[in-house]
Design a protein around this ligand. Structure first.
Ligand SMILES: NC(=O)c1ccc[n+]([C@@H]2O[C@H](COP(=O)([O-])OP(=O)(O)OC[C@H]3O[C@@H](n4cnc5c(N)ncnc54)[C@H](OP(=O)(O)O)[C@@H]3O)[C@@H](O)[C@H]2O)c1
Length: 250
């Protein structure tokens, strides 16, 4: 891919798929002007900080997605850096997982999973919607994708009701199914503002979360997801895709 959108924000950018997004996006022949790579602990994000040293577009910013009280300051900080321009792509990547089954699921686990995997992406979208809308208004003639304004929510096949044939993982499944509903509903409510939304299953990927026996590498997963999001159109907004661009059942 050649041209990245002007401004991108990624959560959980210090490791796993978030870090791989950063790695690939800085290699575009025209990289973004701003790649806001957020993470809980910037001081220990060694690899991300190394990338930022050699790619000036990468701004490493602190964000614990569960710290909702910090969102306003983050948005104001980013808004100042954008100098009157908007945000083109919001990647809600940070997520948590566990394999808890029926007997062992607790209200606390359900709450924690919802807070990170659903409430945070929803609240981030609300917080950054004005900047996304601004980006969409700058390129009204663009009908496709991320050069305008897009929200990418990191979903999972485990959140698909239609594909669930082996049970288990209650908090995670329920949280990603809820995130899917958030994505679809946002696609309707934000359409008039020119903001596209998409839920993407990255595949079962070799990260700390996916484990080393996963069949898909981070490189393959992110290459595919960047292709999906860059080709997103108004018609395909509000859908669930896998990283290879296949439509998935809700
Ligand atoms: N890997 C897979 O096979 C797979 C499959 C389907 C879906 N997904 C989804 O893809 C996304 C990324 O997964 P991954 O495989 O890269 O997972 P990972 O290797 O476990 O990395 C998770 C990332 O999320 C961050 N994070 C968690 N809670 C956070 C919080 N409260 N605030 C800020 N950051 C937080 C982590 O930061 P810390 O380092 O600070 O913990 C880390 O950067 C997740 O949404 C996941 O559900 C992954």
């Amino acid at each position: 891919m050649s041209t990245a959108p002007r401004a991108i924000l990624i959560t959980g950018a210090n490791r796993g798929l978030g870090l791989e997004f950063v790695r690939q996006i800085v290699c575009f022949s025209t990289p973004p002007k701003y790649l806001f790579a957020t993470c809980r602990n910037p001081e220990s994000a060694t690899i991300l900080n190394e990338i930022a040293k050699s790619h000036s577009c990468v701004k490493v910013l602190k964000l614990d997605v569960c710290d909702f009280s910090s969102y306003k300051n983050l948005k104001e900080n980013i808004s100042t850096m954008l100098e009157g321009e908007g945000l083109n792509l919001l990647v809600c990547n940070a997520g948590i997982f566990n394999r808890i089954g029926f007997e062992d699921t607790t209200p606390e686990m359900m709450t924690a999973m919802y807070t990170t995997n659903v409430i945070a992406p929803m609240t981030l979208a609300q917080t950054f919607a004005p900047l996304l809308k601004l980006a969409a208004q700058k390129l009204p003639e663009e009908t496709k994708s991320w050069r305008k304004a897009t929200i990418l929510n990191m979903s999972s096949d485990l959140g698909s009701v239609g594909m669930n044939d082996n049970g288990g993982c209650y908090p995670y499944r329920a949280s990603k199914a809820a995130l899917n509903m958030v994505t679809k509903t946002q696609s309707i409510d934000l359409k008039a503002d020119g903001i596209l939304t998409v839920a993407v299953h990255p595949g079962w990927v070799q990260t700390d979360m996916g484990g080393q026996s996963a069949p898909v590498t981070p490189t393959e997963s992110i290459k595919g997801m960047l292709s999906v999001v860059s080709n997103l159109s108004e018609e395909s907004s509000g859908r669930l895709f896998d990283f290879e661009g296949e439509l998935m059942p809700w």
